[in-house]
Design a protein around this ligand. Structure first.
Ligand SMILES: O=C(CO)COP(=O)(O)O
Length: 134
């Protein structure tokens, strides 16, 4: 599975804690991240991460483009609901594309835990069926 990991600045520590706790599951998948988030994960864990641009410089849009091309299977996006983002339209567009393409999306740690446990138990394997249909 291809999983995108993103966190706004005040949520980055939470995402590092989360990726550390679920490192064993995450390490079995291909991980992508926006620029700064990806660097933090690389520095803080043993996970391999493919980094895009930083969010304000287009990283959310790059992940959105992958979703539109059926190249992303899950998005974990720890948003900061209390801070205005200069690239709010990009954030909204990414979330919208997850809904357009029915991509599992977690915007907080509670949902992210459920998604990863579901991933571990094969609940998201339907994405692989789509891959085989090609
Ligand atoms: O702003 C972001 C998502 O909207 C995240 O970008 P960074 O990972 O580069 O901080």
């Amino acid at each position: 599975m291809k999983i995108a990991l993103i966190a706004h600045d005040r949520k980055k520590d939470d995402l590092i804690q989360f990726t550390t706790a679920y490192e064993q599951i995450l390490s079995q998948h291909t991980l992508y991240a926006t620029g700064t988030t990806g660097q933090r994960i690389i520095d803080g864990t043993d996970l391999k991460v493919i980094r895009f641009q930083s969010g304000p410089l287009g990283g959310d849009q790059q992940i959105g483009a992958m979703i539109a091309q059926n190249e992303m299977d899950m998005v974990i996006f720890f948003r900061d609901p209390l801070t205005a983002q200069p690239h709010e339209p990009d954030v909204t567009a990414l979330i919208r594309l997850c809904d357009v393409y029915s991509i599992p999306l977690a915007t907080n740690m509670g949902t992210a835990e459920v998604l990863l446990k579901g991933l571990e138990h094969g609940f998201i394997d339907w994405r692989l069926l789509g891959e085989r249909r090609g």
